[in-house]
Design a protein around this ligand. Structure first.
Ligand code: BDR
Ligand code: CA
Length: 315
């Protein structure tokens, strides 16, 4: 069983990753760090509380993460992609007091200290909260066993700009810091998660097997997300589940991914290249092995992906 802390900006694909984590018997979800990103921190926090409540798992701590990038600039949110509240058509009925009484970072450090070298961090939003955790307490963060990021785009276009993926674009200073300092780092980039698709037919099949309030949320939010993607990328056969794809990398599912190891940097000074992820994939370069080497997913097996997602979400 893998002990996982999810850093998320919940968000539709974050929500599907969270639902999957709650339903997968191989995952022991020991906390969620909820920061700004797709929407503001208050909304992401309420969304996580809502999903945990529907799952009957309010024992899992939700820790309030960052509210803006390390540059200090105002964050840009994406209600047109994730809905006004971040869950498509859903407005989670979570009272405001819950956010007022939110849990802070000391809880995160306590969870890591209680599980030395046994904890995996999966970051599927901006890297700000994770970078702050490393800045605040590098000695505690050394106890993290592995880190996974959904972010970046290698050798293909971005989504937030021509060259940059949204999580890295949203805070490239934090993303660059994590690429240089997180131990045992794996990145599952946009050029791979773009292929982590669920078609409307597959979503309908999952829905036909839903028998809990948590599972019944899957179809309305993914239908919303699919419609959005039809506008963004007309003809795309399904909705890309970026964050779920990154979470699944932590599970060693046989045949799901192929990888390469490279040093990764994230541009945070250039105007035209702001947020671009850079690794050396020239023909003459090969896998590296130093402490700054990051495992980068190169491709996903769609059959393995869909089969596993179906199995977990309908069990
Ligand atoms: C990433 O950006 C966010 O919009 C999604 O939740 C995902 O984490 C995809 O680029
Ligand atoms: Ca996300």
């Amino acid at each position: 069983m893998k002990k996982i802390i999810l850093f998320a900006d919940t968000g539709i694909d974050d929500a599907i990753a969270l639902i999957y984590a709650l339903k997968n018997p191989e995952i022991d979800l020991i906390g969620v760090v909820s920061g700004y990103g797709n929407i503001n921190r208050e909304k992401t926090y309420r969304n996580v509380e809502y999903l945990l409540e529907l799952a009957g798992r309010t024992d899992i701590p939700v820790i309030a993460g960052a509210t803006r990038p390390l540059s200090g600039e105002e964050p840009v949110f994406f209600p047109e992609i994730h809905g006004i509240e971040g869950l498509g058509p859903i407005d989670p009925p979570i009272p405001e007091e819950r956010y007022q009484n939110r849990t802070n970072f000391s809880k995160l450090f306590g969870l890591i200290k209680d599980n030395p070298n046994d904890l995996i961090i999966v970051n599927v939003g901006r890297c700000t909260s994770l970078a702050i955790a490393h800045y605040l307490s590098p000695e505690v963060m050394e106890n993290v066993k592995e880190t996974y990021l959904m972010g970046g785009a290698f050798l293909e276009p971005g989504n937030a700009s021509e060259v940059a993926e949204a999580n890295f674009f949203g805070d490239p200073i934090a993303a660059d810091f994590i690429c240089q300092h997180a131990v045992n780092l794996t990145i599952v980039p946009l050029n791979v998660t773009r292929d982590a698709l669920l078609t409307p037919r597959e979503v309908d099949l999952i829905d036909s097997r839903s028998d809990s309030p948590l599972e019944e949320l899957i179809k309305p939010i993914l239908d919303f997300y699919y419609e959005v993607y039809q506008q963004l990328e007309p003809g795309i056969p399904g909705a890309p589940l970026h964050d779920l794809a990154a979470l699944m990398a932590a599970l060693d599912i046989s045949g799901l991914y192929s990888y390469s190891k490279r040093e990764v940097r994230v541009e945070h000074e250039g105007n035209l290249t702001y947020g671009e992820s850079i690794a050396d994939f020239r023909a003459r370069s090969s896998d590296c092995y130093g402490p700054n080497c990051t495992r980068i997913a190169l491709g996903i097996n769609q059959n393995v992906f869909v089969t596993n997602v179906f199995e977990i979400l309908t069990n």
